[in-house]
Design a protein around this ligand. Sequence first.
Ligand code: FAD
Length: 399
Amino acid sequence: MRADVCVVGGGVTGCSAALELAERGYSVVLLEAGEIGHGASGRSGGQILPGLGTDMSTVEKALGRETARDIWRLSREAVALTAERVDRHAIPCDLQWGYLHAAVKGRHVRELAEYRNRMARDYDYHELEMLEGEVLRERVVTDAYPAALHESAAGHLHPLNYTLGLASAARDAGVSIHQHSSAVAIERGQPACVQTTTGRVTADFVVLGTNAYQAGLVPELSGRVMRAANYMIATAPLNESQAARVLPHNDALSDANFVLDYYRLSGDRRLIYGGEVSYDGREPRGIQARMDAKIARLFPVLEGIPIEYRWGGDVAITLNRAPDFGRLGGNLYYAQGYSGHGMALAGLAGRLMAEAIAGQAERFDAFAGMPHRHFPGGSLLRTPLLVLATTFYKLRDRL
Ligand SMILES: Cc1cc2nc3c(=O)[nH]c(=O)nc-3n(C[C@H](O)[C@H](O)[C@H](O)COP(=O)(O)OP(=O)(O)OC[C@H]3O[C@@H](n4cnc5c(N)ncnc54)[C@H](O)[C@@H]3O)c2cc1C
């Protein structure tokens, strides 16, 4: 096939880029190795958040306060863009607003208060409110958290339905979507040529939205991100009275630990609970029993509730936990490494890559300017070193 742009990857990054490009009049072919949403986008916790997978201070240190403020504003645009698309394309994905960053210990309460003050002072961001005691229990009915920051400008949605909705909007805009079409090689050049096992797409530009799921397709990019698996469960649907004794305002929540737990209610009132991490792709042993115990400890009203589904998915993390955007050879664009914080940002990444291809690269370049280092240890020691670092932070979470 011949196209202006070949997009590789049918998650939020790829579908968003394809949609934006088609709306700008480009002919677009999208190749997805599995089915749309097969990667992180369809398996995600579905939390829609401004900001990055790292604190804004990391961006300030690398690029200065003014660029960090630009990037913060763009991350807020990512959230607004998600809502705008859900609305414009009537995507049935149960989008809800309201989010709690919950402290698990005294140290977290101080850190969250400091974060709220810093975001108000340096980023003019006033959507964070500290809740404690009964006011907090009105939003999450447990004694587990001494305090939490409530964020009204963040929320949650059904991630697979959202991704499918984006793909369907892209198809309506003229994108030619090919599922079960893995890109196996890219011949660089002007134009470039993307090969699948049975065909070829010749295109002036290539957009890579493969994130943790690309296995060596572009060798320069391996080592810049590491693959880490994260795990989710879904309980049986709660009845109304149980839901009211868990998250009465239907907020999403994540705790403030380094290896964090997060949850929300789905549209059909299941508790969708995520946490744990593994680096070798194998599900950690005893995960279901641990999740059961955590849920019963947080919400005794749910003790014994059946867990009906369990799944894992891969996130791509960078060394500094900021996303990695860039271009290679002038016509291959990529956005990856959202570090578990990509549900909203990946949508924006698609828009910024489309802008850059159309010749307006300033906003894409704000992100692409972020310096990224390879994970230390080479291909053999990378994973053991990462496991060691995470074990250290897990132990710290317990203090
Ligand atoms: C369990 C879990 C929970 C998460 N929770 C949250 C959350 O609550 N909030 C949040 O903000 N983020 C969360 N994330 C992260 C978020 O889901 C991701 O950052 C985001 O979905 C990344 O989207 P993407 O399109 O870049 O990648 P993906 O959705 O991973 O898409 C990549 C796609 O590329 C395809 N692909 C790969 N190689 C090829 C190839 N060679 N040819 C063709 N296709 C290819 C894959 O099949 C895949 O479909 C979570 C992730 C996981 C796994």
